[in-house]
Ligand binder design. Sequence first.
Ligand SMILES: [Zn+2]
Length: 429
Amino acid sequence: MKNDSVMLRKVLIAYKYKRRRGWSSERRRAMQGELLRKVVADAYGSVPFYRRWLDEAGVSIDMIETLDDLQKIPVVTKRDFALVDIKDRIKEGVDLEKCHSSQTSGSTGTPAKTYFSKDEYRDRRGRMHLGFADLGCKPYERVISLGKLINKPRREKFSFPSSIIKPAILKNFRNKLYSLRSSVVYGDQPTRTYQRALKHEKSGRSTYSPRMIVAAGDMMTASARKYIEGVYGCPFKFFYGTKEFGMIGTECPESESYHVTSDNIIIEVIKDGVRVADGEEGVMTLTDLTERVMPMIRYELGDIVTYSEDGCSCGHKGPVILSLKGRADDLIILPDGSAISAYFAVESIYDISTIIQFRIIQKSLEAFEIEYEGEIPEERKARIRAEYADKFSADNVTFRKVDHMSPDPSGKLRKFISHVKSTHDITPS
Ligand SMILES: [Zn+2]
């Protein structure tokens, strides 16, 4: 009974967001503007960090009337948050014991904790539900979240809908996994899913046959994806989300875009401090219109994206992340001391169809090592060397083929690692 009502609430929240997708963009923006006003007023009134942030920028809450006024508020970076006590970012008077929390993996620095209320948590679950529905799941389809379970079997955690899984199954989950046919498996990180596929293929236990595998986290090459789909004989799909915001978007079935799941997340793409036009590349900055316990207003997430409000080529209406190109805060330090986004190193490797996984290491100012699983033709290696010499003044680019790449402790596989210490105070450009 209890589980049924949990399920119903999720479905209702999902339905609310789905229904609003049919709204005109004027209507949606008016509603978002109204919510924004409330979120900013609330944050100013009861969250010390945002009170200071707005005061220092000379922004008063009556200056925030429409969605466009969001641009008056300076962008907050990870660094800005890291410099303040976490208590200063939480609404005064909130009992954290009664809150839910999630922690980022810390793959790009210190892990950061996010707190949210019960209602905010429900909203997240509802948006997640809508995300699964967008990928083609039925409302009562069995979705099993197995990432944490595999690694820490005692931390049982099923995402959707929990009522269908009986606790008894948990006792011997590793073995039971093989009999869980035709369910949707939600593995956490693509890299871990890939590692698992390698293991499963080796053990030859082909009875494990989900209907679909869904992953979220780091990006993945087309070959690694194909491999996973081959081993399990089912589609492998992606969510795009973060611990700070929950669900953001789901992969388009026809293109490389991500359909934005819900209108409570405002996406802006920023370049040189200014919002760029639709379709132009920049750093993704997000505002959450639901979260009040720990508000996230104009938070620079750091992924390099292009974005459009105008829907997707597949016919999906509403905002779409057209391309997602990795992190802007991974930086390559150039010999002259300047820094540029590591994305420019990663993009030369990404579309090599014979590479399964890779990691680029900047070993010194002029030396890069590309560790990879798969094959890179000699002619392509020469081209990469020439590109790196041109873009980063690199005079030493080496390639190291490995049998199996291990993910980072976080479970992700960072595509770029720098051994060069920078003394610069750098912001991505
Ligand atoms: Zn689409």
